[in-house]
Design a protein around this ligand. Structure first.
Ligand code: GLU
Length: 278
C-alpha cells in the first residue's frame, strides 16, 4: 500500500473558522491513521480576494490547534505554469474551447431558453461558444478578445467513457459528466480555475486521499474527468459534513465570532475548540 497523503487546501480569503479547523483535522487524522503525510496548500489563485494576513492566520491557527503539516506549504499562485501546461494538454486533446461570453450574456441567453440546463447550484452554461465555428473563434481571437476556456463536457465524456469514484462516507459514485456542464477551466483574468488547479496540484503533491466539505461533491465529478484526460491517478475521496452555526447555516466570513482567533481571544483552549467540532 502506498503511504496515505492528505491535504488541507484553504483559500486565504477570510479569517479561519471552526469549519477550517474541522476540515484540517479530518485530513490530518486520516493521514495519521497510518503514519501518512498531511500537507498544506494555499488555494490562492484568485488574487482579487486573497489577503496576506489570512495566510499567517491559517498557519498560526493550525499550529495553535496542534494540526501541524508536513513539509513546506504549497501556494497555487506559484503554480501558474503548471496550470497553463495542463490547459494546453486539454486543448490539444480537443476538450477545451474558448468562451467569449460575459456573465450578462450568459444570463440573457439562459433567460431566453425554454428549458435551460440546471445543476446543483443553478443554471449551467448554455454552450453558446461551444457552437462557434473555427472561423468565428479565430476572428475573435485575432481581434484580441481575451477568452475564458471551458471544458466540452460531452466530448470529454465520450473520450473517457464511464467513470466513478469512491468516497469513504458516501460509497461508490458513478460520475455524471453533465452535472456541472461545460465548467470554466481557465478564467480570463487568472488563467486557471478551481477545478483545473485542484486536479493538477493533487496529482503534483501525490495526494492519495482528497478530503473536503460535502458542498464540493458535485465538483468531484468534473475532477475525475479531468484526472482521466490528463493521465493523473485517481485519489480516494472523503466528503465530510460541514460545520454549521446554531441555526444550521454553514460557517462563513460573517461568523467572525466563530473564527479561531476570536475563540482563542475568548480564552478557549485548543481542546475546548476541538471538542466543538462534529
Ligand atoms: N479551497 C477549497 C476550500 O477552501 C477546498 C478545495 C478542495 O479541498 O478541493 O473550500
Amino acid at each position: 500500500m502506498p503511504q496515505t497523503v492528505t491535504r488541507f487546501a484553504p483559500s486565504p480569503t477570510g479569517w479561519p473558522h471552526l469549519g477550517h479547523a474541522y476540515a484540517a483535522k479530518v485530513a490530518r487524522d486520516l493521514a495519521k491513521q497510518d503514519e501518512g503525510r498531511f500537507l498544506l496548500r494555499f488555494e490562492d489563485i484568485d488574487h482579487t480576494r486573497v489577503r496576506p494576513e489570512y495566510y499567517d492566520a491559517i498557519e498560526t491557527d493550525l499550529h495553535w490547534l496542534g494540526l501541524d503539516w508536513d513539509g513546506p506549504a504549497l501556494r497555487q499562485s506559484d503554480r501558474t505554469t503548471a496550470y497553463a501546461a495542463a490547459l494546453e494538454d486539454l486543448r490539444h486533446i480537443g476538450v477545451a474551447y474558448p468562451c467569449f461570453c460575459t456573465r450578462r450574456e450568459i444570463e440573457d441567453e439562459v433567460a431566453r431558453m425554454i428549458s435551460a440546463p440546471h445543476g446543483p447550484e443553478g443554471a449551467l452554461y448554455p454552450g453558446t461558444c461551444r457552437r462557434l465555428s473555427e472561423d468565428e473563434r479565430n476572428t475573435r481571437l485575432a481581434d484580441g478578445q481575451q477568452p475564458a476556456w471551458r471544458l466540452d463536457a460531452g466530448k470529454a465524456a465520450e473520450i473517457t467513457g464511464p467513470l466513478s469514484f469512491t468516497d469513504l462516507r458516501h460509497g461508490h459514485i458513478p460520475v455524471d459528466p453533465t452535472l456541472l456542464g461545460d465548467v470554466v477551466l481557465a478564467r480570463k483574468d487568472i488563467g486557471t480555475s478551481y477545478h483545473l488547479a485542484v486536479v493538477v496540484d493533487d496529482s503534483f503533491q501525490q495526494v492519495t486521499h482528497v478530503t473536503r466539505g460535502e458542498d464540493l461533491l458535485p465538483s468531484t465529478h468534473v475532477h475525475r474527468i479531468l484526472q482521466t484526460l490528463l493521465g493523473f491517478p485517481e485519489p480516494v475521496y472523503l466528503h465530510h459534513a460541514l460545520v454549521v452555526d446554531e441555526n444550521g447555516v454553514r460557517l462563513a466570513k460573517r461568523h467572525d465570532s466563530l473564527s479561531i482567533r476570536s475563540l482563542r481571544e475568548a480564552k478557549l483552549t485548543p481542546p475546548d475548540l476541538l471538542a466543538r467540532l462534529p
